[in-house]
Structures are given as structure tokens and as C-alpha cells.
Design a protein around this ligand. Sequence first.
Ligand SMILES: Nc1ncnc2c1ncn2[C@@H]1O[C@H](COP(=O)(O)OP(=O)(O)OP(=O)(O)O)[C@@H](O)[C@H]1O
Length: 717
Amino acid sequence: MNENNHNWCIEEQRLKETIEEARAQLDDALKANEKNREMIQAAKKEIRENTSHGIGNLYGSDGFEALVELSQAMAPVTERTALYEFTEAKITKLRGILDTPYFARIDFCFRDGEQTEPIYIGHHSLKKENAYKMLIHDWRSPVASVFYRFAPGDAWYDAPVGRIEGKLLLKRQFEIKDGHLDFFFDADLQVFDEFLKKLLSSNTSPKMKTIVESIQRDQDLVIRDMENDVLIVQGVAGSGKTSIALHRAAYLMYQGLSDRLQGREIIIVSPHKLFEQYIANVIPELGEENVRTLVFDEIIKDLIDKKFETKNVFLERVLSNGPQSQLKSDSMAFKASADFIKILDRFIDDIPQHLMNIRDIRYKGETIFTRAEIISRLQTNPDTPLKTKLGYLEEAINETVYGKWRRPLKSSVRNEMMRFAEIDALNLYTQLFENDGYFFKIAAGIALPEGIRKMLAVTKRNLIHHHLNYDDAVALAYLSLRLFGAKEYATIKQVIIDESQDYYPLHYEIMNRLFLKSKLTILGDINQTLQKNEDLSFYEAIAKRLNRKKSALVTMNKSYRCTSEILRFSKKFIDDAIPVESFNRSGEEPVLLGAADTESLVEKLCDTINQCQTAGYQSIGLIVKNQKNTMVLFEALQQKMSVNLIRHNTVVEIEGVSIMPLYLSKGLEFDAVLICDVSAENYHSEADKRLLYIGCTRALHRLYLLWEGQPSPLLTD
Ligand SMILES: Nc1ncnc2c1ncn2[C@@H]1O[C@H](COP(=O)(O)OP(=O)(O)OP(=O)(O)O)[C@@H](O)[C@H]1O
């Protein structure tokens, strides 16, 4: 028998053993859950039929005893239900194992000359029942990191007991489907690249997928990092930032049995709802309960509880090149800047002095707190919310009155004394803009933008008419947080922020105060900003603002999404401050197609879509600069074919042919991308260049740029 056949027999035998074990455990689990189900049903029946447990009895004279009895009767049901759910999760895991038990094997020799036990790595671990033998190690286990990080030779991994050093003797990768071994190869870098290329070439799902089998070394370092309180990743388009974010969340949930995180202790801040839906499958596929994802608008909503212009509506207005676009964009840049945070902080400090109408507090003819004392109390400890400090003041009044007159103060008297304590964030925020003189006094010494007077006038007008624009909503959220605090997020231990380049200093200041005890992973690409221009100092400023003990910046320059041709084309829209490397997967050159009028543009779009469908591409993304233009093209296309409309106030499944405004394509990907309106009118500025970069890099295999009339000069620059 030659060595290949010998190895094949060994691997088939191991696979058989693993599958037999998994099948036996699955049978046991199924039987156990059948029993659990029967017991739950019987217990429920007993509760229903035993009249002393009836709900009606709770309202009788023996209500309390009946309640105790009912809760005692319910206890076994609750326990069994928990056991049932636990076993159901195990069943799902075992079914997954039966399909694909593992994808890799490493032979790691702990000491020279020592016998090695092969270590098989899969999505889930499997231990032989009643024995110590691990048949499969979870991809997140410490030893599995050797697979992702080392080529055969010296290797190490960090275990709970410290660093374990040794030699990696073998690194083998498997393709197993439906429990059958299709092939395996012993990793040499070149073969692995071929394997990855095959994976990337066949990517046709409209939903994000796991990358457990092919995580790259630099990606693994980020996924498993436990050293830093703030970990920042600058990664080029398609470098795997979102994939890393999700695998990191699953890793954090697994890491360390004692400090294992629950899904509710992690938050992923994502750019929009559609993106949330796009990534929703990944963490459950990785075998964990889903974590909470939210978009920043939801944080604003929680804090201000008022209707406001959402981020997407803001972007739509800025990108539709209307008369107010520039002003809106400038106003956002200013009101969410570090300088405006200073202005808001000064304003908050000034509130007790000038906006609260505080008077001496008098009781029975005596002054118990002077106005100056109260103001000083409210101005100290700036990090404590004003409302909390007002609560302390109330307690202090009570204590003083009780100490002196030995009687508690009636609440009506206390309320009378503290009439100033009713604070309204929106009302206060409006007062900041009511009078230009007051604003300039608060902002003294701070550099203000050129159009400040116009901005102030527009803000004042909007606030008077109860229009809360996005920039004001963010500022008001900060003000509310400083005035009232927010406990809801206090239990969060890990925050993962994707598309981090699109947030401004004020967003980070809010997140810093909200997630005070949390560690943060921040992933972004400064080449993919919408309506703002950033360089690497952006990340330094974030780290400084978040002010945690340890922070690090990691850069990832290799892009896995696009073919080399698409990436080369896309790179012309960005400067070369950050190198962008391609994974070296080859495909067709991007295609540029002009049309004389809308009718012929629509015809060309239909032809191109048909070609893509004939070529077998399943997800086809039609990207348009803004929603206004999207609607025009959608109406025309709809007459000729079935198209899925994606717009900012709806969340639909992304499948087949979808048309959307560019800002909603952020973070997503499609087999084929058609950027539909690359005319001179639509794309001409530096900011437009970045939009084109974002749009083009959504494409995996094919890219088409179409326009009506004159092509954008950015195509030929
Ligand atoms: N190690 C890997 N193995 C297999 N596929 C990978 C790997 N890393 C990334 N990919 C694939 O590359 C594509 C891009 O990944 P992802 O969306 O995570 O990148 P990104 O950096 O967030 O991109 P962008 O910033 O452009 O939105 C996805 O299809 C992902 O599955």
C-alpha cells in the first residue's frame, strides 16, 4: 500500500469512528428529548387538571397559598424546558457534526520525540462519551490557533496555563460533505491558496458566510486578541473586517469557561438594518446564540425618545445634491466634531448658572442651601449626570431638614423648593441656539466653521419648528446622556463597531460614555467614508477619546472579495496612502457602457443583467448614487424584469437582482455589480471618488459601470 492510500485509510477510519460516536450521541440526545417532551406535557396536564393549581384560585381567599403551590408545580416544567432546549442545541450541533465533523487536522508534538496525538479541528467540539478522548476540537480552542497561524515547523499557542511550545509536524485540510471524505491535502501554502481561491470563486450566497475553514493568520490574530481594551482594525475593502467582527464575537462567547460571555453582553454596532440582516446567520451558524446588533440610530432613539431625521435620510439628502446638501454636510461635520463636544461640555457646565433659575432653598425662614452652593454642587463631578446630582441635592435637603427639625420633608414642599429640577434636554439644546450672542460666548476661543452664522440660523429655525435633523439628534443624544445618564448599556462587556470610519468624534464620545466598562473592537476603512475625508490620524483620535488602558491598531491590506481586475480598477478612485493588495484571483476586466438616453440605459442594464444571469451569477447588485435616482431606474426596469427594490425605510431579503442607493450597499457584496448612473453630473468630486470605490468593491466576479449622457470624468482621471 503506498503512503497516500495508507493515509486515506487512516483518515477514513478516523472519520468513521467520529461519525459513529456522533451518531450514538445524537440517538441518545433524541431519546432524552423525547422523554423530556413527554414529561413537560405530563406536568402541564397535571397543572391544568389539578384544580388547586387553577388560575381562578389565585383570586380566592387562599390566593397566596395557591400561588406558592402553582409556582412549585411549575418548577419541574421550567427545569425540563431548559433541559429540553439545551438538548435541542446539542442535537443541532451533532447533526452539523454528522454532516461535516471537522475540516482540519494538526499533529502537534509537545516535546521532541514524543508520540503525537492528531488533533482534529471542526466547527464544534466532540468528546468521546465517558472518556477523555477529544475527537474534535472547537476551532476556537487554544490549540486550534496553531492551524491558523503556523506552517509545519516550530509553533506555539497560548493556553490557560501559559504558552505551550512545540513542533507542528502535519497540517492537513479536509473536504467532507454529508459525512463522506471527498479529499484532503497536506497544507503547503500554494495548495491552500488554491483551496481559498476555489472558495472565493464559488461565493454566490446573498447572505454572509462563515470563514472558519480558511481564516488567515492576520485575521486570526484579531479574532483571538484578548490583550487590548481597544483594538482598531484598518482593513481595505474586502479584507474580511465584517467576517472578523462576527468570528470574534463567537470567539469572545467561547473564550474561557468562567468568563464566557453571553450574547446579551456583546453588541455589534452596524451601519444599517439591511446589513444586520445580511450578517444575521453567521453567529448562529458558528453555534452561538445570536448577539445583539444595533444601528446608531437606535442608540439615539433610546437616549432622546423623540422623532428625528435618521442617518439614511440625512445621507439621502446630502447625496441628492440638493441646494442644502453642502450645508447639511458641513453642519454634520461641525456638530459632531471634537470642537462641538467642547462647546456642549461648556454649555452643560453653564446650565445650572444661567438656564435653571436656581434660587436659595429656604425652610421655616432659614436658608438651607444658597444658590451658589447649589450651583457649585451641580457643577462638580462633571461625569455624573445632572439629574443624578439633583437627586443627591434632594437627599441633602431631606437630611438637613431632618437633622435640624427631626421630621421628614413633605414631597410637595420639596418639589416647591426644587422647581428648577425639572430639566428638558430638547428645551435646553434649543436655548443654546436661541441667541447667537450666547452661542458665541460659550464657544469663545474655539475655531468655528466659515458658515457658522448660517448654520446657527438654520438650526434655530429647525428647532423652533420641532425638526430634529440628524446632526442635532446626535448632539441632543449626547446632551441627554450627560443630563440623565443611561443604564441600559451598563452590562455590555464587548462592543464591536463595524464601518467605523463613518462615525464622528461625537458618536465615539457617546459610545465611550455608554459602554464605560466595555472593551471595544473597531473595524473600518478610511477609504470608504461617506461625505468625509479621513487619514490614519482618525484612529489615533478614536483611541485617545476612548482612553482605555491598552489599545492597538492593526492594518490589513489584502482584499479577498474582488477579482484582481476589479480591485485594480477600483484602486484608481483612492490615493495610495494605504496599499491595497489583491488575493490574486483572476476574472474579467470591468466593463464601461454609455447610453444616450434613459431608455437606452435601461435596455443596456437589462442586457447586462441577462448576461450575468446566463453566466450563473445569483446575486446581482444594481447600485445607484441616491434613492431618488434609484426609484427612477427601478420604475423603468420593473416594466421589463423582476427587480428587488432596497430603500432606506424597508428591509427586504437581498436575493436575485436588487437595486439600491449606494449608501445601503455598504458592507454588502454581490456576484455582479452594475453601477448604473456614473455620469459626469452624478460623480465629479473627491467625495464621489470614494463612493465609486465603495460601489466597485462590492463586486466579487463582475463589474459594470453605466451612465446616461456624459461619463464621469473620474473614470478617465
Ligand atoms: N479568510 C477568508 N476565507 C474565505 N473568505 C474570506 C476570508 N476573508 C474574507 N473572505 C471573504 O471576503 C469577502 C469580504 O469579506 P468581508 O465582507 O468580511 O470584508 P470587509 O473588510 O468587511 O469588506 P468591506 O469593508 O468592503 O465591506 C467575503 O465574501 C468573505 O467571506
